[in-house]
Design a protein around this ligand. Sequence first.
Ligand SMILES: [Zn+2]
Length: 146
Amino acid sequence: MEFPDNSFKPGLTQLLIRRMTAAAILTVGAVGVVVLFLFNPEEHGAIYPQCWLHKFTGLDCPGCGSLRALHQLTHGHLVTAFRFNPLLVLLLPVAVWMAVCELTWQATGKKLPGITMRPWSWWLLLVVIILFGIGRNLAMFGGRLG
Ligand SMILES: [Zn+2]
């Protein structure tokens, strides 16, 4: 086992807890992917959470269309997924890689070449998400971007 960062050397119990947590997260993620693959949110909306902003205002939040986009991605329909939520499709590979790096770190102590997020980059991401949320509702995008 390899723990290149000397500040992190968990005991056996901690390591077991970390591995079990990583396994639980992977299991929940895998179940989520299977559910999204099998049940199209457009046809089985009752089993998925609804967007309160869209429900009460008719506006699309930055996350609107994410489940439909993920469903399309599980079927390999990248363009259709992009139409439902382009920001999700663009950010998903980064998010998945960051999750893989973190879970690998937690489960094995091995560091994969990850993506370093500085504090300012989290703020930039927040600004991008807010601007996307505003932009997708503007008339200049036909009232709908994604
Ligand atoms: Zn929404």
